[in-house]
Write a protein that binds this ligand. Structure first.
Ligand SMILES: [Zn+2]
Ligand SMILES: [Zn+2]
Length: 208
């Protein structure tokens, strides 16, 4: 089995972390949260075909590049349908930040469960609280979890947006993320990486 390569891009006005994973031929992207030129350049330079786009949740700063990437590649978009209520608000939010409105896109519903992506296991975890449909993508073979705005280095996701709920978020972190191996690399939606072990000890809001 080929070792997968990972790449990372800051996209959009909130410097959302967009992650890419590829096997030398095919690639999948997580949260293209801004104009995706950097991602398209990377795909071209490395001669990669994009086969799927995964969203951790449907806030505008994680989905802005969905339409352009899906149009360029025919890749399907996956997200959880419990976040569909956010789509109309996203147009307003992007105007507020002075970026072009999020273009409509269709997505396929993804629920908790395991699937194989680029030859590796990917466990989709339901981690609601920041939004009701927040998903985290856990790659056990690579000791990595891509968790969107659920857990950050020293911090946790906001729960004051429409549909957010603090007790639900805390439960998701404790039961779905803090139960992963301590050396799991945490790739959050914003700012720098951390690990499950570090957050269990030092997180300012939810300690294990
Ligand atoms: Zn968010
Ligand atoms: Zn965000």
């Amino acid at each position: 089995m080929p070792q997968l390569q990972f790449a990372h891009f800051f996209l959009g006005p909130l410097a959302t972390n967009c992650y890419l994973m590829h096997d030398g031929k095919e690639a999948v992207v997580f949260d293209p949260g801004g104009s995706p030129e950097k991602v398209l350049d990377y795909l071209k330079k490395n001669k990669l075909g994009l086969t799927a786009i995964y969203n951790t949740h449907l806030h505008f700063d994680h989905v802005t590049g969905n339409h352009a990437l899906a149009t360029a590649s025919q890749a399907p978009i996956y997200a959880n349908e419990r976040d569909a209520y956010l789509m109309p608000d996203n147009r307003q939010a992007s105007i507020l930040y002075g970026v072009p409105p999020v273009e409509d896109f269709a997505f396929q519903n993804l629920d908790e469960g395991a699937r194989t992506v680029l030859g590796t296991e990917m466990r989709v975890l339901a981690t609601p609280g920041h939004t009701p449909g927040s998903l985290s993508y856990y790659l056990p073979e690579y000791r990595t979890v891509i968790c969107g705005d659920v857990l950050f280095h020293g911090d946790i996701g906001r729960t004051d947006f429409k549909g957010g709920d603090y007790p639900t978020l805390e439960k998701s972190i404790r039961e779905k993320l803090y139960t992963l191996p301590e050396d799991t690399r945490v790739c959050p939606g914003h700012e720098e990486e951390t690990s499950i072990g570090e957050e269990k000890l030092y997180n300012n809001y939810v300690k294990a």
